[in-house]
Write a protein that binds this ligand. Structure first.
Ligand SMILES: C[S@@+](CC[C@H](N)C(=O)[O-])C[C@H]1O[C@@H](n2cnc3c(N)ncnc32)[C@H](O)[C@@H]1O
Length: 204
């Protein structure tokens, strides 16, 4: 088995222990990772699109990032990923080293709003990203979406996690879903895979 799948498997075991409360992990150290089937979905979408310029908001310890890195392993792509928690960044770097994908990943440490603002000011990132995963705090999710949209290429995809679960995010995610549906430049579906994945295509 490749190093990537060894690391993914280890993180999956850790995530199961965490979710089932078999492991007592302090709140700010929890992985809060996407499900394995969501990882498979992201991986397949990236491969189908042959996406090369990836952006992730909410890296945690890098489980979703590694699923994305696996998909761009042979196409020369790269990932910019945002995370505010330095301890999680430290763990993610170790995981990326173990999976031998660190060279594909650029970690931006800090608040998502601030980093997205910085990226959006750079001309280079206008319509640059062809695949985006949004998986950070949910109260700012519409703001993140709107800041990201001009940086997404025509035909680019934005995936948003937690559309259906957990229940506590439901109201924020319903607002996001309506917001996306009201934009005629976008095509979107809510998939029931994992915790509910919004798959949004930028048409024009
Ligand atoms: C749900 S977890 C991400 C899980 C990751 N995508 C995965 O599947 O492996 C959300 C992460 O976003 C980070 N986060 C939350 N709010 C943030 C913010 N405002 N700016 C940057 N990172 C944030 C948290 O520290 C946490 O690690």
């Amino acid at each position: 088995m490749s190093k990537i799948f060894e690391v993914l498997e280890r993180l999956e075991k850790q995530s199961i222990l965490e979710k089932s409360r078999q492991a007592d992990v302090p709140g700010d150290e929890r992985m809060l990772a996407i499900t394995k089937e969501t990882g498979e979905l992201l991986n397949m979408l990236i491969r189908l699109k042959n996406a090369k310029n990836l952006l992730e908001v909410g890296m945690s310890v890098g489980y979703s990032t590694i699923w994305c890195a696996e998909a761009i392993n042979e196409n020369g792509g790269s990932i910019i990923t945002i995370e505010q928690n330095p301890k999680k960044i430290e763990r993610a770097i170790k995981n990326f080293q173990d999976a031998e994908v660190l060279d594909k990943i650029s970690i931006r440490e800090g608040l998502a709003i601030q980093i997205l603002r910085e990226l959006s000011l750079e001309e280079k990132y206008k319509e640059f990203f062809d695949f985006v995963l949004i998986d950070a705090d949910k109260e700012n999710v519409i703001e993140y979406f709107d800041m990201i949209l001009p940086m997404v290429s025509i035909g680019g995809l934005i995936i948003t996690d937690n559309m259906l679960y957990p229940e506590k995010y439901k109201q924020d995610m319903i607002k996001l879903s309506r917001h996306i549906q009201a934009n005629e430049n976008l095509k979107t579906i809510t998939s029931s895979i994992g915790n509910g994945e919004e798959i949004t295509l930028k048409l024009r």
